[in-house]
Design a protein around this ligand. Structure first.
Ligand code: AMP
Ligand code: GLY
Length: 423
Protein backbone atom coordinates (compact mmCIF):
# COMPACT_ATOMS: atom_id res chain seq x y z
CA UNK A 1 0.00 0.00 0.00
CA UNK A 2 1.34 3.42 -1.00
CA UNK A 3 0.75 6.50 1.12
CA UNK A 4 1.31 10.16 0.33
CA UNK A 5 1.80 12.58 3.23
CA UNK A 6 1.51 16.24 2.28
CA UNK A 7 3.64 18.54 4.44
CA UNK A 8 7.23 18.82 5.54
CA UNK A 9 7.66 19.50 9.26
CA UNK A 10 8.03 17.69 12.56
CA UNK A 11 4.32 16.96 12.68
CA UNK A 12 4.50 15.18 9.33
CA UNK A 13 7.57 13.24 10.47
CA UNK A 14 5.61 12.05 13.52
CA UNK A 15 2.69 11.03 11.29
CA UNK A 16 5.02 9.17 8.92
CA UNK A 17 6.83 7.32 11.72
CA UNK A 18 3.51 6.23 13.22
CA UNK A 19 2.10 5.14 9.84
CA UNK A 20 5.25 3.10 9.22
CA UNK A 21 4.32 0.73 12.05
CA UNK A 22 1.51 -0.58 9.80
CA UNK A 23 2.94 -3.57 7.92
CA UNK A 24 0.55 -3.18 4.97
CA UNK A 25 2.26 0.06 4.00
CA UNK A 26 5.01 -0.55 1.47
CA UNK A 27 6.01 3.01 0.63
CA UNK A 28 5.45 6.48 2.02
CA UNK A 29 5.98 9.62 -0.05
CA UNK A 30 6.34 13.04 1.58
CA UNK A 31 5.55 16.20 -0.42
CA UNK A 32 7.70 18.16 0.02
CA UNK A 33 8.98 16.49 3.22
CA UNK A 34 12.44 17.48 4.44
CA UNK A 35 15.97 16.07 4.34
CA UNK A 36 15.60 14.65 7.85
CA UNK A 37 12.92 12.23 6.69
CA UNK A 38 14.82 10.32 4.04
CA UNK A 39 15.12 7.18 6.17
CA UNK A 40 11.33 7.06 6.51
CA UNK A 41 9.89 8.46 3.29
CA UNK A 42 10.59 9.19 -0.36
CA UNK A 43 10.68 12.95 -0.86
CA UNK A 44 8.60 14.50 -3.64
CA UNK A 45 9.48 18.00 -4.76
CA UNK A 46 5.95 19.46 -4.81
CA UNK A 47 4.48 21.87 -2.26
CA UNK A 48 1.05 21.11 -0.82
CA UNK A 49 -0.59 24.29 -2.09
CA UNK A 50 0.15 23.18 -5.65
CA UNK A 51 -2.96 21.03 -5.37
CA UNK A 52 -3.23 20.00 -9.04
CA UNK A 53 0.36 18.77 -9.09
CA UNK A 54 -0.18 16.85 -5.84
CA UNK A 55 -3.25 15.16 -7.33
CA UNK A 56 -1.39 14.39 -10.57
CA UNK A 57 1.50 12.85 -8.62
CA UNK A 58 -0.91 10.73 -6.59
CA UNK A 59 -2.59 9.37 -9.72
CA UNK A 60 0.67 8.71 -11.59
CA UNK A 61 2.17 6.92 -8.61
CA UNK A 62 -0.94 4.90 -7.76
CA UNK A 63 -1.24 6.31 -4.25
CA UNK A 64 -3.77 4.34 -2.20
CA UNK A 65 -4.32 6.90 0.53
CA UNK A 66 -3.22 10.50 1.13
CA UNK A 67 -2.83 12.44 4.36
CA UNK A 68 -2.93 16.22 4.01
CA UNK A 69 -1.46 17.65 7.21
CA UNK A 70 -0.78 21.44 7.04
CA UNK A 71 -3.35 24.24 7.08
CA UNK A 72 -2.51 26.01 3.82
CA UNK A 73 -2.94 23.01 1.46
CA UNK A 74 -6.16 22.07 3.28
CA UNK A 75 -7.55 25.60 2.94
CA UNK A 76 -6.37 25.64 -0.70
CA UNK A 77 -8.43 22.51 -1.47
CA UNK A 78 -5.78 19.79 -1.62
CA UNK A 79 -8.24 17.16 -0.35
CA UNK A 80 -10.82 18.27 -2.93
CA UNK A 81 -8.23 17.98 -5.72
CA UNK A 82 -7.14 14.50 -4.61
CA UNK A 83 -10.68 13.21 -4.11
CA UNK A 84 -11.71 14.48 -7.54
CA UNK A 85 -9.10 12.11 -8.93
CA UNK A 86 -10.41 9.26 -6.81
CA UNK A 87 -7.68 9.29 -4.14
CA UNK A 88 -9.10 8.75 -0.64
CA UNK A 89 -7.76 11.27 1.86
CA UNK A 90 -7.37 12.14 5.50
CA UNK A 91 -8.33 15.77 6.07
CA UNK A 92 -11.22 18.19 5.53
CA UNK A 93 -12.29 19.63 2.20
CA UNK A 94 -11.75 23.35 1.67
CA UNK A 95 -15.34 24.20 2.60
CA UNK A 96 -14.72 22.72 6.07
CA UNK A 97 -11.07 23.78 6.44
CA UNK A 98 -12.45 27.34 6.54
CA UNK A 99 -12.98 26.71 10.26
CA UNK A 100 -9.27 27.54 10.54
CA UNK A 101 -8.90 29.52 7.31
CA UNK A 102 -11.22 32.31 8.44
CA UNK A 103 -11.45 33.54 12.02
CA UNK A 104 -14.53 35.57 11.06
CA UNK A 105 -16.18 32.34 9.88
CA UNK A 106 -15.28 30.42 13.04
CA UNK A 107 -16.32 33.21 15.41
CA UNK A 108 -19.66 33.65 13.62
CA UNK A 109 -20.18 29.87 13.67
CA UNK A 110 -19.64 29.78 17.43
CA UNK A 111 -21.98 32.71 17.98
CA UNK A 112 -24.72 31.21 15.79
CA UNK A 113 -24.55 27.81 17.53
CA UNK A 114 -23.89 29.09 21.10
CA UNK A 115 -20.46 27.49 21.40
CA UNK A 116 -18.54 29.18 24.25
CA UNK A 117 -15.83 31.57 23.04
CA UNK A 118 -14.50 35.08 23.74
CA UNK A 119 -16.88 37.99 22.97
CA UNK A 120 -15.87 39.69 19.72
CA UNK A 121 -16.51 42.22 16.99
CA UNK A 122 -15.61 41.89 13.29
CA UNK A 123 -14.24 44.83 11.30
CA UNK A 124 -13.62 45.34 7.60
CA UNK A 125 -13.19 49.10 7.99
CA UNK A 126 -10.08 50.39 9.77
CA UNK A 127 -11.64 53.65 11.00
CA UNK A 128 -14.46 51.72 12.66
CA UNK A 129 -11.97 49.35 14.32
CA UNK A 130 -9.91 52.26 15.65
CA UNK A 131 -13.02 53.98 16.97
CA UNK A 132 -14.13 50.81 18.72
CA UNK A 133 -10.72 50.61 20.41
CA UNK A 134 -11.27 54.01 22.05
CA UNK A 135 -13.54 52.36 24.61
CA UNK A 136 -12.85 48.60 24.28
CA UNK A 137 -11.73 46.80 27.45
CA UNK A 138 -7.91 46.44 27.66
CA UNK A 139 -6.05 44.06 27.31
CA UNK A 140 -7.68 43.12 24.04
CA UNK A 141 -6.90 40.59 21.32
CA UNK A 142 -6.58 41.47 17.62
CA UNK A 143 -6.78 38.64 15.10
CA UNK A 144 -6.27 38.71 11.35
CA UNK A 145 -9.10 36.84 9.62
CA UNK A 146 -7.01 34.58 7.40
CA UNK A 147 -3.98 32.32 7.77
CA UNK A 148 -0.86 34.16 8.94
CA UNK A 149 1.75 31.47 9.64
CA UNK A 150 0.57 31.33 13.26
CA UNK A 151 1.47 35.00 13.78
CA UNK A 152 -1.90 36.64 13.17
CA UNK A 153 -2.87 37.05 16.84
CA UNK A 154 -1.74 40.10 18.79
CA UNK A 155 -2.47 40.55 22.48
CA UNK A 156 -2.48 44.27 23.17
CA UNK A 157 -1.89 45.46 26.71
CA UNK A 158 -2.51 49.11 25.95
CA UNK A 159 -4.88 51.01 23.67
CA UNK A 160 -1.89 52.25 21.69
CA UNK A 161 -0.59 48.73 21.06
CA UNK A 162 -4.07 47.67 19.97
CA UNK A 163 -4.33 50.55 17.48
CA UNK A 164 -0.86 49.81 16.11
CA UNK A 165 -1.85 46.17 15.59
CA UNK A 166 -4.97 47.20 13.67
CA UNK A 167 -3.01 49.62 11.49
CA UNK A 168 -0.30 47.05 10.74
CA UNK A 169 -2.89 44.47 9.72
CA UNK A 170 -5.41 46.66 7.86
CA UNK A 171 -3.30 49.47 6.43
CA UNK A 172 0.26 48.12 6.21
CA UNK A 173 -1.02 44.65 5.18
CA UNK A 174 1.44 42.87 7.46
CA UNK A 175 -0.35 39.59 6.68
CA UNK A 176 -1.47 40.51 3.16
CA UNK A 177 -5.12 39.80 2.39
CA UNK A 178 -5.44 37.87 5.67
CA UNK A 179 -5.83 41.25 7.39
CA UNK A 180 -8.61 42.64 5.16
CA UNK A 181 -11.02 41.60 7.90
CA UNK A 182 -10.08 41.43 11.55
CA UNK A 183 -11.60 40.18 14.77
CA UNK A 184 -11.18 42.16 17.99
CA UNK A 185 -11.99 39.99 20.95
CA UNK A 186 -12.22 39.77 24.69
CA UNK A 187 -9.01 38.82 26.50
CA UNK A 188 -9.55 35.57 28.39
CA UNK A 189 -7.42 34.04 31.12
CA UNK A 190 -6.92 30.49 32.35
CA UNK A 191 -4.86 27.40 31.53
CA UNK A 192 -4.71 26.51 27.84
CA UNK A 193 -5.34 23.00 26.55
CA UNK A 194 -4.98 21.57 23.06
CA UNK A 195 -7.40 18.80 22.19
CA UNK A 196 -6.94 17.12 18.82
CA UNK A 197 -9.81 14.92 17.73
CA UNK A 198 -10.59 12.41 15.01
CA UNK A 199 -13.93 12.92 13.33
CA UNK A 200 -15.82 11.47 10.38
CA UNK A 201 -18.40 14.22 10.58
CA UNK A 202 -20.74 12.21 12.78
CA UNK A 203 -18.64 10.67 15.54
CA UNK A 204 -15.92 12.67 17.27
CA UNK A 205 -13.17 10.98 19.26
CA UNK A 206 -10.88 13.30 21.22
CA UNK A 207 -7.26 12.23 21.44
CA UNK A 208 -5.20 12.53 24.60
CA UNK A 209 -5.03 16.22 25.63
CA UNK A 210 -1.80 18.20 25.44
CA UNK A 211 -0.12 21.47 26.40
CA UNK A 212 1.89 23.58 23.99
CA UNK A 213 4.59 26.09 24.98
CA UNK A 214 4.25 28.87 22.44
CA UNK A 215 6.62 31.55 23.73
CA UNK A 216 10.28 31.44 22.76
CA UNK A 217 11.69 31.94 26.28
CA UNK A 218 11.55 30.12 29.61
CA UNK A 219 8.63 30.96 31.90
CA UNK A 220 6.53 31.93 28.87
CA UNK A 221 8.55 35.03 28.02
CA UNK A 222 9.61 36.33 24.61
CA UNK A 223 7.93 36.17 21.25
CA UNK A 224 5.25 33.74 20.12
CA UNK A 225 6.61 30.82 18.11
CA UNK A 226 5.12 27.85 16.30
CA UNK A 227 5.57 25.94 19.60
CA UNK A 228 8.75 25.17 21.58
CA UNK A 229 7.59 21.94 23.18
CA UNK A 230 4.62 19.94 24.40
CA UNK A 231 3.50 17.51 27.05
CA UNK A 232 0.58 15.06 27.07
CA UNK A 233 -1.77 14.56 28.78
CA UNK A 234 -2.50 18.08 30.02
CA UNK A 235 -3.08 17.88 33.81
CA UNK A 236 -5.60 20.75 33.76
CA UNK A 237 -7.88 18.75 31.48
CA UNK A 238 -9.76 16.62 33.99
CA UNK A 239 -12.43 14.04 33.17
CA UNK A 240 -15.13 16.48 34.26
CA UNK A 241 -13.81 19.17 31.95
CA UNK A 242 -13.52 16.65 29.11
CA UNK A 243 -17.18 15.72 29.55
CA UNK A 244 -18.20 19.36 29.61
CA UNK A 245 -16.17 20.05 26.43
CA UNK A 246 -17.80 17.12 24.64
CA UNK A 247 -21.28 18.46 25.46
CA UNK A 248 -20.75 22.18 24.99
CA UNK A 249 -17.99 22.36 22.36
CA UNK A 250 -16.99 19.20 20.46
CA UNK A 251 -20.37 17.76 19.46
CA UNK A 252 -21.97 21.19 18.90
CA UNK A 253 -19.10 22.09 16.54
CA UNK A 254 -19.47 18.93 14.47
CA UNK A 255 -23.24 19.43 14.34
CA UNK A 256 -22.85 23.09 13.45
CA UNK A 257 -20.54 22.26 10.54
CA UNK A 258 -23.04 19.67 9.28
CA UNK A 259 -25.90 22.17 9.59
CA UNK A 260 -23.88 24.62 7.48
CA UNK A 261 -23.33 21.98 4.80
CA UNK A 262 -19.62 21.86 5.64
CA UNK A 263 -19.14 18.38 7.12
CA UNK A 264 -15.71 18.19 8.73
CA UNK A 265 -13.64 15.00 8.35
CA UNK A 266 -10.11 14.48 9.58
CA UNK A 267 -8.44 16.00 12.63
CA UNK A 268 -10.23 18.90 14.27
CA UNK A 269 -8.05 20.72 16.77
CA UNK A 270 -9.64 22.62 19.63
CA UNK A 271 -7.47 25.30 21.26
CA UNK A 272 -9.25 25.78 24.57
CA UNK A 273 -8.92 28.09 27.51
CA UNK A 274 -10.24 26.86 30.84
CA UNK A 275 -11.73 30.09 32.18
CA UNK A 276 -13.54 30.66 35.46
CA UNK A 277 -16.76 30.58 33.46
CA UNK A 278 -15.91 27.19 31.92
CA UNK A 279 -13.95 25.99 28.87
CA UNK A 280 -14.01 28.33 25.88
CA UNK A 281 -12.68 27.99 22.34
CA UNK A 282 -9.63 30.17 21.61
CA UNK A 283 -9.18 28.75 18.13
CA UNK A 284 -10.03 25.87 15.84
CA UNK A 285 -7.43 24.31 13.60
CA UNK A 286 -8.42 22.07 10.71
CA UNK A 287 -5.44 19.74 11.25
CA UNK A 288 -3.06 18.10 13.68
CA UNK A 289 -1.13 20.58 15.85
CA UNK A 290 2.60 21.03 15.63
CA UNK A 291 4.26 20.10 18.04
CA UNK A 292 1.20 18.54 19.75
CA UNK A 293 1.28 15.65 17.26
CA UNK A 294 4.81 14.80 18.39
CA UNK A 295 3.45 13.87 21.86
CA UNK A 296 -0.06 12.69 20.98
CA UNK A 297 0.75 10.14 18.26
CA UNK A 298 3.51 8.35 20.19
CA UNK A 299 0.83 7.67 22.84
CA UNK A 300 -1.63 6.27 20.30
CA UNK A 301 -1.90 2.53 20.73
CA UNK A 302 -4.33 1.88 17.87
CA UNK A 303 -3.17 1.70 14.27
CA UNK A 304 -3.11 5.25 12.86
CA UNK A 305 -3.96 4.31 9.27
CA UNK A 306 -7.01 2.31 10.41
CA UNK A 307 -8.29 5.28 12.42
CA UNK A 308 -7.55 7.74 9.62
CA UNK A 309 -9.43 5.60 7.10
CA UNK A 310 -12.38 5.37 9.50
CA UNK A 311 -12.68 9.18 9.36
CA UNK A 312 -12.70 9.04 5.55
CA UNK A 313 -15.23 6.24 5.23
CA UNK A 314 -17.52 7.25 8.12
CA UNK A 315 -16.85 4.21 10.29
CA UNK A 316 -15.27 5.91 13.30
CA UNK A 317 -18.15 4.83 15.56
CA UNK A 318 -17.06 1.20 15.14
CA UNK A 319 -13.30 1.81 15.31
CA UNK A 320 -11.22 1.51 18.45
CA UNK A 321 -9.07 4.56 19.23
CA UNK A 322 -6.92 3.73 22.22
CA UNK A 323 -4.16 5.69 23.92
CA UNK A 324 -1.43 4.44 26.25
CA UNK A 325 -1.91 5.36 29.87
CA UNK A 326 1.47 7.11 29.91
CA UNK A 327 2.98 10.58 29.57
CA UNK A 328 4.92 12.15 26.72
CA UNK A 329 7.15 15.21 26.41
CA UNK A 330 8.59 16.80 23.26
CA UNK A 331 11.39 19.36 23.48
CA UNK A 332 11.95 21.43 20.35
CA UNK A 333 15.52 22.29 19.39
CA UNK A 334 15.50 25.47 17.34
CA UNK A 335 18.06 27.69 15.64
CA UNK A 336 19.17 30.45 18.00
CA UNK A 337 17.36 33.66 17.05
CA UNK A 338 14.08 31.96 16.05
CA UNK A 339 11.34 33.21 15.57
CA UNK A 340 13.27 36.21 14.25
CA UNK A 341 16.47 35.98 12.19
CA UNK A 342 18.74 32.95 12.52
CA UNK A 343 21.58 31.30 10.66
CA UNK A 344 21.25 27.91 9.02
CA UNK A 345 23.41 25.31 7.30
CA UNK A 346 24.99 23.78 10.42
CA UNK A 347 25.55 20.02 10.52
CA UNK A 348 23.18 18.05 12.76
CA UNK A 349 24.37 14.89 14.48
CA UNK A 350 21.94 12.56 16.21
CA UNK A 351 22.97 9.48 18.18
CA UNK A 352 21.70 6.53 16.04
CA UNK A 353 20.09 4.84 19.02
CA UNK A 354 17.65 7.68 19.55
CA UNK A 355 16.65 8.28 15.91
CA UNK A 356 13.17 6.83 16.52
CA UNK A 357 12.48 9.53 19.10
CA UNK A 358 13.45 12.45 16.89
CA UNK A 359 11.06 14.25 14.56
CA UNK A 360 12.86 16.45 12.11
CA UNK A 361 11.38 19.72 10.86
CA UNK A 362 13.88 22.26 9.54
CA UNK A 363 16.66 20.28 7.92
CA UNK A 364 18.07 19.44 4.52
CA UNK A 365 20.36 16.71 3.27
CA UNK A 366 23.49 17.76 1.38
CA UNK A 367 26.32 15.43 0.35
CA UNK A 368 25.12 12.85 2.85
CA UNK A 369 25.10 15.36 5.71
CA UNK A 370 22.05 16.62 7.56
CA UNK A 371 22.11 20.42 7.85
CA UNK A 372 19.90 22.86 9.76
CA UNK A 373 17.50 24.61 7.41
CA UNK A 374 14.82 26.28 9.50
CA UNK A 375 13.79 27.91 12.76
CA UNK A 376 12.43 24.87 14.51
CA UNK A 377 14.97 22.22 13.56
CA UNK A 378 13.66 19.11 15.32
CA UNK A 379 11.82 17.76 18.32
CA UNK A 380 12.89 15.02 20.73
CA UNK A 381 10.04 13.03 22.26
CA UNK A 382 10.15 10.66 25.23
CA UNK A 383 7.46 8.59 26.90
CA UNK A 384 7.41 7.88 30.64
CA UNK A 385 5.17 6.35 33.29
CA UNK A 386 5.03 9.76 34.94
CA UNK A 387 5.16 13.27 33.55
CA UNK A 388 8.43 13.88 35.39
CA UNK A 389 10.11 10.84 33.86
CA UNK A 390 8.91 11.82 30.36
CA UNK A 391 10.32 15.34 30.80
CA UNK A 392 13.64 14.08 32.19
CA UNK A 393 14.01 11.54 29.39
CA UNK A 394 13.18 14.09 26.68
CA UNK A 395 15.87 16.46 27.98
CA UNK A 396 18.35 13.55 28.12
CA UNK A 397 17.60 12.89 24.43
CA UNK A 398 18.50 16.47 23.54
CA UNK A 399 21.98 15.88 24.99
CA UNK A 400 22.53 13.31 22.24
CA UNK A 401 21.68 15.75 19.46
CA UNK A 402 24.17 18.37 18.36
CA UNK A 403 24.27 21.31 16.01
CA UNK A 404 25.86 24.71 16.27
CA UNK A 405 23.55 27.53 17.28
CA UNK A 406 21.02 25.17 18.92
CA UNK A 407 18.45 26.70 21.25
CA UNK A 408 15.80 25.08 23.44
CA UNK A 409 13.60 26.09 26.32
CA UNK A 410 14.63 24.56 29.62
CA UNK A 411 11.19 24.44 31.22
CA UNK A 412 9.02 22.36 28.89
CA UNK A 413 6.47 20.60 31.10
CA UNK A 414 7.41 22.56 34.25
CA UNK A 415 4.03 24.26 34.52
CA UNK A 416 2.23 20.94 33.96
CA UNK A 417 4.39 19.28 36.57
CA UNK A 418 3.55 21.99 39.09
CA UNK A 419 -0.17 21.56 38.33
CA UNK A 420 0.15 17.79 38.86
CA UNK A 421 1.88 18.30 42.17
CA UNK A 422 -0.75 20.81 43.30
CA UNK A 423 -3.60 18.39 42.58
P1 AMP B 1 -3.20 31.40 17.97
O1 AMP B 1 -2.14 31.95 17.06
O2 AMP B 1 -4.59 31.58 17.47
O3 AMP B 1 -2.85 30.02 18.44
O4 AMP B 1 -3.13 32.29 19.29
C1 AMP B 1 -1.92 32.46 19.93
C2 AMP B 1 -2.13 32.57 21.40
O5 AMP B 1 -2.78 33.79 21.71
C3 AMP B 1 -3.03 31.51 22.04
O6 AMP B 1 -2.37 30.31 22.29
C4 AMP B 1 -3.42 32.22 23.31
O7 AMP B 1 -2.40 32.07 24.28
C5 AMP B 1 -3.49 33.65 22.91
N1 AMP B 1 -4.89 34.07 22.73
C6 AMP B 1 -5.62 33.99 21.60
N2 AMP B 1 -6.86 34.47 21.81
C7 AMP B 1 -6.91 34.87 23.09
C8 AMP B 1 -7.92 35.48 23.93
N3 AMP B 1 -9.12 35.76 23.46
N4 AMP B 1 -7.59 35.75 25.21
C9 AMP B 1 -6.36 35.49 25.69
N5 AMP B 1 -5.37 34.93 24.96
C10 AMP B 1 -5.64 34.62 23.68
N1 GLY C 1 0.84 24.20 18.15
C1 GLY C 1 -0.17 25.05 17.68
C2 GLY C 1 -0.63 24.78 16.32
O1 GLY C 1 -0.31 23.77 15.72
O2 GLY C 1 -1.34 25.61 15.78
Amino acid sequence: MKILVVGGGGREHAIIKKLKTNKEITEIFAAPGNGGMVADATLVDIVGTDTDKIAEFAVNNKIDYAVVAPDDPLVAGCVDALEEKGIPCFGPKANAAIIEGSKVFSKNLMKKYSIPTAEYEVFTDMAAALEYLETAPIPTVIKADGLALGKGVIIANTRDEAKKAVISMMQDKMFGKSGDSIVIEEFLTGPEVSVLSFTDGETIVPMVSSMDHKRAGDNDTGLNTGGMGTVAPNPYYTEDIAKQCMETIFLPTINAMNAEGRTFKGCLYFGLMLTEKGPKVIEYNCRFGDPETQVVLPLLESDLLTVMKATTYGTLKDTEVKFKNKHACCVIMASKGYPEGYKKGYEITIDKQIADNVYIAGAKCENGKLLTNGGRVLGATAIGDTLKSAIDKAYKLTEKIHFENAYKRNDIGAKALKATEEK
